[in-house]
Write a protein that binds this ligand. Structure first.
Ligand code: SAH
Length: 338
């Protein structure tokens, strides 16, 4: 077998039915490979829940509606979201909860965490019911396969992965014409790297179509950029960056999300992007943090404020992480975006 594209390598390493990272490993938390915002503080899922419920009220409280999450991990975000929205009259009664999860082991964890709720699991968004859509995806798009192209003098050359004397190595594919990446030739210089994700674009398109047709709100949160011309492919294991070609299936492989590409793919839905820190502050995380702090002391209290800082401050996740809100054309703005 010859060299393969980065997208095929990522897809196999992450979701191979036998050896895939999400199939075999338990990636989350202190014992795992990385920690995500919902695992850092309950405030993250709570504010997302209240933001979605506020928007549900803003557009006339549609009943029924689909409450969906892409790649729910341990189920913590959905659990915090559902606890926080319990007191919003009618919200949970109208919600058809759908979780989109590829890995059987992850589904089992989500089932255990969310056993008190009536939930449907699906392999992809095409299977969800045709109602207004309220969707959240945290650190989901970064796990979707990307292709990478390096700009040369006369075209593009794709990043490939091959074998050399038993070791996996990066290589460059043959020259492709400048027209391969529409709109990118004029804004790049030789050696710039353009990353594309067909899987991400297809999912963003599906969300955009559903929301434009039926109404609703999608909140897509991830580390990433608006556009970008760098190599952002990375591998993480035990909370450290590792060589992505060593031990395939053992490390989490991700890339920065290109929010401009998601917005473009989701049209005719309307997309706005904010930094996570500003958005959480605008949703009222400080007031929520003060309230929770009243019941804490000692190390618990210290960790609580450290978590709040980590989620919001520019040196933590505040600036690198972005939030994309997708709404229907002419619909109200998403909470936190006003
Ligand atoms: N949202 C969670 C987990 C992020 S990890 C959190 O914030 O903690 C990515 C999650 O997406 C995992 O649950 C993984 O199993 C799932 N996943 C990865 N690729 C997927 C795909 N192509 N389709 C469906 N689920 C996928």
């Amino acid at each position: 077998m010859g060299p393969i594209a980065l997208s095929d390598y990522m897809a196999q390493c992450l979701l191979d039915p036998e050896f895939g990272y999400y199939i075999n490993k338990n990636p989350f938390g202190g014992q795992g490979d990385f920690i995500t915002a919902p695992e850092i503080s309950q405030m993250f899922g709570e504010l997302i829940g209240l933001g979605l419920a506020q928007y549900w009220l803003d557009i006339g409280a549609p009943d029924p509606f689909v409450l969906a999450e892409l790649g729910p991990g341990t189920g913590t975000l959905m659990s915090d979201l559902l606890r926080a929205t319990k007191l919003v009259p009618g919200f949970q009664q109208a919600a058809r909860i759908s979780l989109i999860e590829a890995a059987p082991a992850m589904r089992a964890r989500q089932k255990a965490q969310l056993h008190a709720y009536d939930i449907a699991w699906h392999a992809d968004l095409s299977q969800i019911e045709d109602y207004p859509l309220f969707l959240v995806a945290n650190e989901f798009f970064d796990a979707l396969p990307i292709r990478q192209f390096m700009r040369t003098l006369s075209g593009w050359s794709e990043t490939m992965i091959g074998l050399q004397e038993g070791d996996l190595i990066f290589g460059r594919g043959p020259q492709c014409p400048p027209a391969l990446l529409t709109g990118k030739w004029d804004i790049t210089a030789p050696d710039d790297i353009i990353e594309t994700s067909a899987a991400s674009a297809a999912i963003a398109q599906e969300i955009g179509l559903k929301i434009s047709k039926r109404g609703g709100l999608a909140l897509i949160i991830d580390y990433g950029d608006i556009g970008g011309k760098n190599d952002t492919f990375q591998a993480m294991q035990n909370h450290t960056y590792v060589d992505a070609l060593q031990n395939p299936g053992q490390a989490d492989l991700t890339a920065h999300v290109d929010f401009a590409a998601l917005v473009a793919a989701s049209q005719p839905a309307v997309g706005f992007v904010m930094q996570q820190g500003t958005w959480l502050l605008s949703l009222g995380i400080e007031a929520r943090a003060q309230r929770l702090a009243q019941n804490l002391k000692g190390a618990g209290l210290k960790n609580h404020w450290a978590a709040m800082k980590r989620l919001t401050e520019p040196t933590g996740m505040g600036n690198l992480f972005k939030v994309l809100a997708l709404t229907a054309p002419k619909a109200p703005l998403a909470p936190g975006f006003v």
